[in-house]
Ligand binder design. Structure first.
Ligand code: CA
Length: 694
């Protein structure tokens, strides 16, 4: 009996030791990760030390500043991190420098006494406590540690914010410094609590901010933020899950699977050759360099260690990205919660951003994205090489965002509603069979109405608009593209003169070519083509950035619908990934079957795919097939082998429980009645697939 008791006691002691080692081991990982930033940066640290004043402050920092975005006092903490990094790094030349140590102590004491605060809670409750935690952990591994009372005061100062009260990335960000504090104090309960909060956002939510059932990411209300806040979410979760991997505190398998799915199949797919879609960054679209994503390989390398179930995928992906040879395999997905479509082919990406009354339009806020008024009105991100829109934003004409239909004002219109407003239209959606699909958007904004639809195939995307109406004196325009000018612009193989902007009526069958993308206009269309220098500044679109005027050459093409049209329409076919040389053949195998106020439909004879948008219940004729529906819907009919047809349908109003389709063929075969039970709950709006034979 006594022996048994002793054995149990020993086990208990062992577990305690293990748990303690767990915390120690985790903290060591944090140290090793954080210290990387400061390797070989002694010169920088020494420079900061030399510029430091005897009281530990820096002359060039305004400690009374309380700015929202670029807050002056951040520099103080960054310089202290630089000193701490140089002092705590094992191979640093300043490892034993008493001057560096003194400077650090003075700087920390000054920070405690001065207690600088920003008007933006993010600095106070997220960034500063996080940086303080990182600094304190680094110093735990220095030759001479910080005086215990100073460390204790700084740990106290970290107690800001409450992760339990926050959602999404903000929750993760606050929980991160709770996690650091738990490590520093060896507090297991706090560690468990912080990890619970850190990993809580790794769950599907409906009607809330965060990771959605369609694997889009929404924040600031139901607003598309696959990057921006979505990237913060990835960063935070990945960082912490890497620290605790293999310990009793590791992220569980279910959460790991969700996280991996979002990162692999949503986030990474919005990136082409290191450049991300301009539509997934919310108001961040107005920040310099934001579209270039250089650090993904490091993230992948951290995830592969945990996500062993996908190690083959990660092995290949890391290899391809390292060699700048990402393959971009064919993929199509519509995000019915996020109002966004991904369409990827090895030769190009063509993604669409739409809006609805269920989501919020792209926001302005904190003096950022001041002209992004029309960003969600059917923006098309067309990438072949990747950097087509990289840093173009200060030069953009903001009522000609690629893909959108909007009034063409003489001066760009500022976005005066902040933090995002809901769309006005209910009708917005898409179908996807993972390879092909249709997206439709009933635009209703700023006195403009339009039925906009995109039909996605392998080498072509058909863009249709119908029922276009607008009030006001401005011309209504649908912008085909506005991208960096690269090489020549040709119309029907004839080069446009440089530095020109011409609007005129072109006959049906016109083919325009620019930078590996061909644009085909099947009908006579009034088109504006501009290949001129445009100017602007980052400050104009985002007040946190320089007012210096910059300029560059831009290719811009739009369809001119005239002023206050009553019922205009448009049709164009985009063929991205066409090598320069000869214009591609007109896509005569694509038939536009309908493009009126009630329905739009396209047939691709090469693929044997019919696609249709029905804005109202009723009949639609697709070649020798006729379909009667009892509800507005999007549908795709694809002929499979052996006389089997695959029907894909989606409900863009997200309201139908069932959809009844009577499908007839004019060859005398009996019409087929398909009663389709539509997806429910958080899957309302997603695609339902049914196979049938006549
Ligand atoms: Ca304009």
């Amino acid at each position: 009996m006594q022996k048994l008791f002793l054995a149990i006691a020993l086990v208990a002691v062992n577990l305690t030791i293990q748990a303690q080692t767990g915390i120690e081991a985790i903290m060591k990982r944090v140290y090793e990760e954080e210290i990387k930033t400061y390797k070989g940066k002694e010169k920088q640290a020494y420079g900061h030390l030399r510029a430091q004043q005897p009281d530990g402050s820096w002359k060039d920092i305004n400690y009374k500043d309380s700015s929202m975005t670029v807050w002056s006092a951040t520099k103080h903490m960054e310089r202290l991190l630089s000193l701490a990094g140089a002092y705590a790094e094992a191979r640093s030349a300043l490892k034993e420098s008493t001057n560096i140590y003194k400077g650090l102590i003075n700087g920390l004491q000054f920070w405690l006494n001065e207690n600088p605060l920003s008007k933006n809670w993010w600095h106070n409750q997220i960034d500063m406590p996080q940086k303080t935690g990182e600094l304190l952990i680094m110093m735990r591994y220095a030759d001479q540690k910080l005086p215990a009372d100073l460390e204790q005061q700084l740990i106290e100062r970290m107690k800001r914010g409450n992760p339990d009260a926050m959602t999404g990335a903000n929750k993760t960000d606050i929980a991160m410094h709770f996690f650091y504090r738990a490590l520093l104090t060896g507090n297991k309960e706090l560690l468990t609590h912080s990890l619970e909060q850190l990993f809580m956002p790794v769950a599907l939510v409906d009607g809330k901010e965060g990771l959605q059932y369609d694997f889009s990411y929404l924040q600031h209300g139901p607003q598309l933020y696959i990057s921006g806040y979505g990237e913060e979410f990835i960063k935070g979760v990945l960082k912490i899950s890497t620290y605790v991997a293999g310990t009793p505190y590791a992220m569980n398998k279910e959460k790991l699977a969700l996280f991996s799915e979002f990162y692999r199949n949503t986030y990474l797919k919005t990136i082409r050759n290191n450049y991300i879609d301009f539509s997934v960054h919310g108001r961040g679209v107005s920040r310099p360099d934001i579209l270039l994503k250089k650090g993904e390989i490091n993230r992948m390398k951290n995830l592969v260690l945990q996500d062993v179930g996908n190690s083959l995928y990660w092995g290949n992906t890391i290899r391809d990205w390292t060699n700048n040879k990402a393959e971009n395999p064919p993929y199509h997905q519509h995000f019915w919660k996020g109002d966004y479509t991904l369409h990827i082919r090895p030769a190009y990406n063509f993604n669409v951003r739409i809006a609805s009354s269920r989501t919020k339009r792209t926001e302005a806020g904190n003096k950022e994205n001041l002209y992004g008024k029309f960003l969600p009105d059917g923006a098309t991100n067309i990438q072949v090489e990747g950097p087509e829109y990289y840093n173009i934003m200060p030069l953009w004409e903001w009522d000609k965002i690629p893909g959108t239909t909007s009034k063409d004002y003489a001066e760009d219109q500022p976005l005066t509603e902040f933090w995002g407003v809901a769309g006005n239209n209910r009708f917005a959606g898409g179908i996807s069979d993972k390879l092909y699909g249709v997206t439709a958007y009933q635009l209703q904004y700023n006195g403009v109405k339009a039925n906009k639809a995109w039909f996605f195939f392998d080498d072509q995307v058909v863009c249709l608009g119908s029922g276009l109406q607008a009030d006001g004196n401005e011309n209504l325009v649908t912008t085909v593209n506005q991208t960096w000018l690269k090489g020549t612009v040709s119309v029907n193989s004839k080069n446009q003169a440089i530095q020109t902007s011409v609007t005129k009526e072109y006959p049906g069958g016109t083919m325009v070519y620019h930078n590996q993308v061909a644009y085909y206009f099947p009908e006579a269309t009034k088109i504006g083509i501009s290949n001129k220098t445009q100017s602007g500044s980052w400050y104009r679109i985002n007040n946190a950035h320089p007012a210096r005027v910059i300029s560059g050459d831009i290719f811009k093409m739009w369809i001119d619908h005239g002023a206050a049209p009553g019922n205009a329409s448009y049709a164009y076919v985009v063929m991205p990934g066409v090598k320069p040389g000869k214009d591609p053949a007109p896509p005569t195998f694509i038939k536009i079957l309908e493009n009126n106020n009630h329905q739009q439909a396209v047939f691709h004879a090469g693929l044997n795919i019919y696609q249709a948008v029905l804005y109202e219940a009723g009949n639609i004729v697709l070649g020798d097939i006729s379909i009667k529906t009892d509800h507005p819907c999007l549908l795709q009919l694809k002929a499979e082998s052996n006389g089997v047809w695959q029907l894909s349908v989606a409900d863009p109003l997200q309201s139908a429980e069932n959809l009844n389709l009577l499908i007839g063929k004019n060859d005398g075969s009996k019409p087929k009645l398909l009663k389709v039970q539509m997806p429910d709950g958080p899957y309302k709006g997603s695609t339902k697939q049914v196979s049938f034979k006549w």
